[in-house]
Design a protein around this ligand. Structure first.
Ligand SMILES: [Mg+2]
Length: 241
């Protein structure tokens, strides 16, 4: 697997912009996402990560438990409006973006924008939902897509009412894993999100958005991932009042 330099450099952006790692919505897996609510709020397209979000890492087939949600997503948004940003080919019934640069590289972002702009009914960044299981690639990429958009009269009402809504996509973090992978890094990501959410008073916003855009799913079988014992102890020490 090639080294993901943009992903490795992403943590440094935390130094001057800690909110770059904050998702808008946190779910265990996509079964908890309410695609109809997203569509009704104004989101018209979605970009999905593949490994440990839709499939077992490095496999091409959808995790069977996600069949219904994935079908619902494609039906709600339309298959051409759902993109998988991945550098390998597979068969998930939606277009695949074969980007040369890994997430969260700006070149990958440009490729995503080029795809959605090329649609017969073009989709802008703030009408997208970006879904992925990794903070420093998927969530950072979604937040890097924020930019100011000029609203003409009457358009402002159509923009989804969320933080920085006028600037970029909705970042959805699926923090469950279908197969253990990079568990230490995942623990660090979870810890950082928690710290930044508390320091920036974003906890309330996270729970408000969760209420709007999620639904209860059948008991998720996706694992949260076992956290090494030493890290559990660190976590409880850090959260001791
Ligand atoms: Mg992934």
């Amino acid at each position: 697997m090639p080294l993901n330099i943009p992903g490795l450099l992403a943590p440094f952006q935390l130094l001057w912009n800690p909110r770059i790692i904050l998702p808008h919505v946190i779910v265990t897996d996509i079964r908890q996402l309410n695609f109809l609510a997203l569509r009704k709020t104004g989101y018209r397209g979605a970009v999905f990560d593949k490994d440990n979000c839709l499939t077992i890492p490095y496999k091409d087939t959808l995790v069977p438990e996600l069949q219904d949600s994935w079908a619902e997503c494609r039906e709600v948004f339309g298959e051409s409006n759902v993109l998988i940003a991945e550098s390998v080919s597979h068969h998930l019934s939606v277009p695949v973006l074969h980007h040369g640069s890994p997430k969260p590289a700006y070149r990958c972002i440009s490729a995503i924008r080029a795809y959605f702009s090329s649609l017969p009914n073009p989709i802008q960044d703030h009408e997208l939902v970006v879904v992925g299981d990794r903070i420093f690639t998927d969530v950072v990429m979604a937040n890097r897509m924020k930019r100011r958009v000029t609203c003409t009269t009457g358009e402002a009402d159509k923009i989804p009412p969320i933080r920085d809504r006028e600037k970029g996509p909705l970042a959805v973090w699926t923090n469950g894993v279908w197969q253990k992978e990079s568990m230490v890094m995942r623990w660090i990501e979870r810890w950082l999100v928690d710290v930044v959410a508390r320091r920036t008073n974003s906890k309330r916003e996270l729970s408000d958005l969760k209420e709007v855009f999620t639904k209860s799913s059948p008991q998720p079988e996706v694992r949260q991932g076992k956290i090494p014992l030493i890290m559990k102890q660190c976590w409880s020490l850090l959260h001791k009042k």
